[in-house]
Design a protein around this ligand. Structure first.
Ligand code: HEC
Length: 115
């Protein structure tokens, strides 16, 4: 339980910190619950194997709220996951394309962040 509370605190701080950097006007509660329920499971199943910790591929860690927000807001994640699988830059590298539903979830998340 203690661990859950500290994780939640991290998310909240992460969200508020992003707001202060003044390029976002999103609703933290909504963004955090959408991230936890829908976005994080996709990233953790398909991306985190390569994109986590200090040696993350492409220096992009997708195992934290902040990392996901940065990668999604700067457009790189959406750009890569929507490429043709034959493109060498396609992500997830070496795997199938995400399902349309998963692509939609990540797209919706970026719209929540950028509203
Ligand atoms: C098998 C390992 C692997 C998996 C799985 C993987 N990636 Fe990558 N990713 C890489 C490597 C290696 C690079 C660095 C080379 C490059 O840029 O293509 C990279 C680079 C990237 C970049 C460019 C870095 C940046 O900040 O612009 C993005 C964005 C990205 N990956 C997103 C994703 C997403 C989203 C997923 C899951 C849907 C994913 N990757 C899954 C290995 C992987």
């Amino acid at each position: 339980m203690k661990r859950i509370i500290s994780l939640l605190t991290l998310f909240v701080i992460g969200c508020e910190k992003n707001i202060e950097s003044d390029y976002i006007g999103y609703d933290c509660d909504e963004v955090i619950s959408y991230y936890q329920e829908s976005v994080a499971p996709i990233l953790s199943n398909h991306c985190v194997g390569c994109h986590s910790g200090s040696s993350a591929s492409g220096s992009l860690a997708l195992d934290s709220f902040d990392g996901a927000v940065i990668g999604i807001m700067n457009g790189n994640v959406i750009h890569r996951i929507n490429m043709e699988t034959s493109n060498p830059l396609f992500m997830p590298l070496g795997s199938e394309k995400l399902s349309q539903q998963q692509l939609d979830i990540i797209q919706n998340f970026s719209e929540l962040l950028c509203q």
